[in-house]
Design a protein around this ligand. Sequence first.
Ligand SMILES: [Zn+2]
Ligand SMILES: [Zn+2]
Length: 271
Amino acid sequence: MTPDLWLETHSYFRPLADLSAQVDRAAAGIDVLDARIPAWEDYRSDFFAGVPLLPSADAAVDLEPGGRMAGALLERLASGTSSGLLAAEIRVLDEELRRETWGSRRIADFLLGDETLRPPFPGLLRYLAWTATARFLRPVVNAFDGWRDEERWLRSYCPTCGSLPAMAQLVGTDPGRLRLLSCGCCGTRWRYRRIGCPFCKSADDHRLSALAIEGEKYLRIDYCQSCRAYLKTYNGEGSETFFLADWTSLHLDVIARDRGLKRLANSLYEL
Ligand SMILES: [Zn+2]
Ligand SMILES: [Zn+2]
């Protein structure tokens, strides 16, 4: 299944697809600033203790250039000719940035959970700033993927930025089938136990129930009988950036909500 084919049968996603493509195009046009690859040995003990990479003082990854790239992305989008509500919101954010109400350092801190920054349209800023920052972080995420011993993490939150997963993906074939969790913010994918709920505090290893979605061969909802949380799961391989993008399965969030399930997964899109 390719994105184009999928969009043909999901034409109601067209506006979101256009928006996402517009933002990706703008992001592709900004300069990628250099990210320093951490000295992994310095970070090892924090990793074993469950401290994600970006908040680790020992790993010392500076996210500020990512904040600068976010500013550049805002500027580029704001200078475009688009009209409409979203374009107006982007211009407001861009103006705030120019007035130096907050700068690149504050944006980086905001992405890591600093709640003292209260921008207008925080959801939009988070989406755009993570889009730019994920590009900045890509070499770090790739190097981290190569260094990380997945067996030593297996936690429910992202090993890079600490966010809860946006989605899951099943890869490989049985008996060696694996479940990966996917971060909607920084783009990291990491391994998690094949069964069990990533949102429950209980250590009880109960299975999640799977809810098949009519017309969706590769997307389903896994939910927990005990805490009622759900996790959207991509049951295929290929075009991961598209099928794990979260917005391409917003219809599953609607179905889950109608069934009284709770979204505990992280989202850059507000329903
Ligand atoms: Zn992450
Ligand atoms: Zn649960």
